[in-house]
Ligand binder design. Structure first.
Ligand code: SF4
Length: 292
């Protein structure tokens, strides 16, 4: 495995931070195409709690994000414009092209990262991604979460794992860098199943992985199940034991972009250990010091 920090240093020559952006898009799991109400864990902002309003121009959103980050990051930091909320490719191809090109033209942006679902990559969108990636490094982030179709159906993912496999193949044919998101702690999964998802993504050809624990957020279907005592969350030690076993499965050329997620405190119900970011970072630095 390679850490994201090492990967960015090799590719860009310095540290890279993400400037989160929202587009005026929704998601097929919310607009009735595949479902309503979203995946059982997804908050109302569709994972975009750190982005500015989608109604602001992309350039303004990037400026806002950089202003917020600039207090904490070194002066020579580079930025990745991160299209994070909902399903960033669930839109008209011309709209996406315009927004990606606007971000790519920002003087401080050195790369783009686009978060989406594998079933929202029709040919015209793939063409846009391929063309933009010739101009600026582009990462495409796919929310797989699990390779188990039954578990995926239970939280309402809305596509089968074979769709993910086909999407990774299509993206690799276009030479686009793929990052796969996996959640550890989904109801109905034991550790072996979670590790199977890691193996599956690696075998499918992902270039990078992002791990996160299951968060229970306000206003989600999992909140109701959690409050009713029907589902549980992972404790910190349990979670990082799984992460440790997962890392052992990751080949040398695959980049680990994240060992745990960055849940938004304003919607977080559980697990509460994730809210103490300093403590979690210290724990990771101690436990994984030989790897990071
Ligand atoms: S696909 Fe993504 S944005 Fe849509 S409901 Fe699921 S987690 Fe939320």
């Amino acid at each position: 495995m390679i850490t994201a920090a090492a990967h960015y240093r090799d590719r860009f020559g310095h540290k890279m931070y993400k400037a989160a952006i929202s587009l005026e898009v929704t998601c097929p799991n919310r607009d009735g195409t595949k479902g309503t109400g979203g995946c059982a864990f997804c908050s109302a902002e569709g994972s975009g709690e750190f982005a500015s309003s989608c109604r602001l121009p992309v350039t303004e959103q990037i400026d806002d994000a950089i202003r917020r980050l600039s207090q904490k990051v070194p002066a020579d930091t580079g930025y990745i414009a991160y299209f994070q909320s909902f399903t960033s490719t669930y839109c008209d191809a011309d709209y996406l092209r315009e927004k990606l090109e606007e971000a790519a033209a920002h003087p401080k942006v050195e790369a783009l990262s686009v978060a989406t679902r594998p079933d929202c990559l029709p040919d015209d969108i793939l063409n846009v991604l391929a063309q933009v990636s010739e101009r600026i490094p582009l990462y495409l982030e796919l929310g797989l979460q699990t390779c188990d179709d039954e578990v995926a159906a239970s939280f309402g993912r809305g596509y089968e794992t074979r769709v993910y496999d086909e999407a990774v193949k299509a993206l690799k044919e276009l030479d686009i860098n793929v990052i796969t998101h996996i959640i550890f702690g989904l109801p109905g999964e034991d550790k072996d199943m979670m590790l199977r998802s890691v193996k599956h993504a690696v075998k499918a050809g992902t270039d990078g992985l992002k791990f996160t624990c299951l968060y229970i957020n306000k206003g989600t279907r999992y909140e109701q199940l959690y409050n009713a005592g029907k589902i549980a969350v992972l404790e910190q030690l349990e979670y990082f034991d799984i992460v440790s076993d997962a890392l052992a499965l990751v080949p040398e050329n695959v980049v680990i972009h994240r060992l745990t997620g960055d849940g938004a405190k304003k919607v977080l119900i559980a697990p509460l250990w994730t809210a103490n970011k300093r403590q979690v970072v210290n724990y990771i630095n101690r436990r994984f010091k030989d790897l990071l």
